[in-house]
Design a protein around this ligand. Structure first.
Ligand code: GTP
Ligand code: SPV
Ligand code: MN
Length: 590
């Protein structure tokens, strides 16, 4: 019996889980440096972590995962409820009692001979009405060490929980790593998460997608707030005033990059500054003044490594200089540091690839997995905003949706109003990436970048967004759509992106403070800028035109795709049905 947890409700549940999984030993994670050091040393000893060059990268380690376990597995992720309509047509559904039975068979004695770690964690800042407690019981040291980076963990969380019965219950076991028997299960009604046979971030760092999006979205619906796949950033204007923006892009579509953006020099000279509050998840609530406030529930970054370099994302790279775990990147044998595609032009001479093999065939074999990641403490980030830890959050002026679209979507547009903005979010398309298993580069609808993360029926989710707009009224943030990923016929990106995206942000904040009142034109699909500042970048005239081109035929076929997607839903909320109809009318009259 475990006597370390004083909270009666948590204690009872944990004891049942101990009985089920039958570990040899139980360790409570207290959040101390000593304990973290001890577990790290054990993980190194067991070959689960490789110690990197501690002079160049203090506190940094490399992890090589099972090669069958490198990304989220949407087809093995389940929303478990009593009735299928609660999960809706876009989720894998399972009948909750049946899934419990199945999982309890899998978990039976699954920790035999191993140590169970009890991780009390908090999503959100301490002493904040936003924040929520979870427990993750796991037999993986790698998961413990990753959770210690990604969430606030340990004794202080238990103190904050006190005697309350409000916490998310989570169980995780490494199992046998059989990919066919991999399960990522959510029981929203019981606020319970079970993950089995995986160690990959989004599958098993339960504070992340499982809790902060799938479970939280379902809680948020009941409590009238939003749990979203969004970065949060601040833009300081030359006047000193700060504007806060939240943006939702699908997995591996640029949230970390935008959150840590460094503006082009001329804007820095003018007095603009961008600071970071979060790169993946936002919880948004209506504050006492009626505005929408956001916090980042996480405490670290689980960022995509490939493509990250000093030029594309200086702040992300700097964030990984210490106390970081790298997963599935290449090992540079010469100096015992890490490498991935896009870090430098020339790969290291002597290296070991992500699978642990001598990396010789550099032409045909990748050094790092395309979804290799770094797990880095948020406080490492040079552009971290001073209010990242604020219990009351920051007021959001603009919400940005964006996908990866080679064609169709313009560089930026503003919605006509909240409902039209919800329509833009709900109909968002994006090409798939390596962040989830399956084919890369296939365009799919990924509403609000939340397709794999909505913990309930998607129609109810859309309805909830419309409700939030009604509650916010005139204080609602403005809604925008961006697309950094348009390509030419050879497949090259036509927009420079990264730091240059600031030019688009500047128009967006100008729309919020009315300084761009004249610089806007109404089109059939939304409000577009008449011009954005291209000064200092090499964007030919025809490309400028292409970036804002609205083509009737292309948009009619986009309309048809959106309607096909909507037709698959259980119902379309009236507000969105109208928007779809309005779009059609505008396009037909074009
Ligand atoms: P998750 O952590 O999976 O939720 O992803 P994310 O949205 O944080 O994605 P991230 O910022 O890590 O970007 C993923 C990929 O998009 C990387 O390969 C980047 O190089 C690329 N990327 C980001 N911003 C831009 C951009 O403005 N233009 C182009 N062309 N690529 C970009
Ligand atoms: C994503 O896939 O959107 C990620 C990585 O941010 S994961 O935590 O695996 O979900
Ligand atoms: Mn993500």
């Amino acid at each position: 019996m475990n006597k370390q947890i004083r909270n009666k409700f948590a204690g009872e549940w944990i004891n049942r889980m101990i009985e089920l999984t039958n570990p040899a030993k139980v360790v409570l994670i207290d959040g101390s440096e000593e304990q973290k050091k001890k577990i790290t040393a054990e993980a190194v000893e067991a070959g689960e972590l490789i110690t990197l060059n501690q002079n160049l990268m203090p506190g940094c380690y490399l992890r090589r995962s099972n090669p069958n376990d490198v990304a989220r597995v949407e087809e093995r992720t389940f929303i478990c409820t009593d009735e299928q309509k609660e999960a809706g047509p876009t989720n894998n559904w399972a009948y909750a009692p049946e899934m419990y039975d199945k999982m309890h068979i899998l978990f039976k004695d699954s920790m035999k001979g191993k140590t169970m770690y009890i991780i009390p964690y908090l999503m959100g800042p301490y002493d904040s009405e936003f924040s929520k407690v979870g427990f993750e019981l796991t037999d993986s040291r790698y998961v413990v060490l990753s959770m210690l980076i990604m969430a606030r963990c340990g004794q202080r969380v238990l103190d904050e929980l006190g005697s309350s019965n409000e916490f998310v219950k989570g169980l995780h076991s490494v199992g046998t790593m059989n990919a066919e028997e991999r399960y990522i299960c959510h029981f929203p009604k019981d606020r319970t998460i079970y993950s089995f046979n995986s160690e990959y971030g989004g599958n098993v760092l339960q504070g992340k997608k499982c809790f902060s999006l799938r479970i939280a979205s379902s809680v948020a619906r009941q409590e009238k707030w939003l749990a979203e796949h969004m970065l949060i950033l601040a833009i300081k204007k030359p006047s000193g005033e700060k504007v806060y923006v939240a943006a939702a892009f699908p997995s591996a579509c640029g949230k970390t990059n935008l959150a840590m953006l460094i503006p082009p020099q001329k804007y820095i000279d003018e007095g603009y500054e961008v600071t970071t509050l979060g790169d993946d998840i936002a919880w948004l609530r209506i504050g006492n003044d009626g505005r929408l406030y956001a916090i980042n529930p996480e405490y670290g970054f689980f960022g995509v490594a490939p493509g990250t370099n000093a030029k594309s994302n200086f702040n992300a790279l700097e964030s990984t200089r210490k106390n970081t775990i790298f997963t599935n990147v290449a090992l540079n044998k010469d100096d015992n540091t890490v490498w991935w595609e896009g870090l430098t032009k020339i790969p290291p001479q002597n290296a070991i690839d992500w699978k642990g093999k001598e990396w010789t065939d550099k032409e045909n074999v990748k050094g790092a997995h395309p979804n290799s990641r770094f797990t880095a403490p948020i406080e490492n980030c040079p552009s971290l905003d001073e209010d990242y830890n604020s219990p009351k959050g920051v007021p959001i002026s603009a919400i940005i949706f964006g996908g990866r679209r080679a064609k169709v979507m313009p560089l930026v547009m503003q919605s006509f109003n909240w409902n039209h903005g919800v329509f833009l979010g709900s109909s968002m398309g994006s090409e798939t990436t390596a962040a989830t298993t399956g084919k890369v580069g296939v365009t799919r609808r990924d509403p609000m970048a939340m397709l794999p993360f909505i913990g309930y029926n998607i129609s109810d989710y859309f309805n909830h967004w419309l409700t939030m707009g009604a509650l916010l009224g005139e204080k609602a943030p403005l809604i925008f759509n961006v697309n950094w990923f348009r390509t030419d016929d050879e497949g090259n990106f036509i927009w420079p992106g990264f730091g240059e995206n600031f030019r688009v942000l500047k128009w967006i904040i100008g729309r919020c403070d009315c300084s761009e009142n004249e610089n806007v034109k109404k089109t059939e699909i939304g409000l577009l800028p008449k011009e954005i500042d291209f000064d200092g970048i090499d964007v030919p005239d025809d490309v400028r035109e292409e970036l804002f081109n609205v083509d009737k035929e292309i948009w009619l076929s986009e309309f048809n795709e959106i309607r096909e997607f909507y037709d698959k839903l259980d119902y379309i909320p009236l507000g969105l049905k109208n928007e779809l109809e309005f779009l059609k009318l505008r396009l037909e009259n074009m």
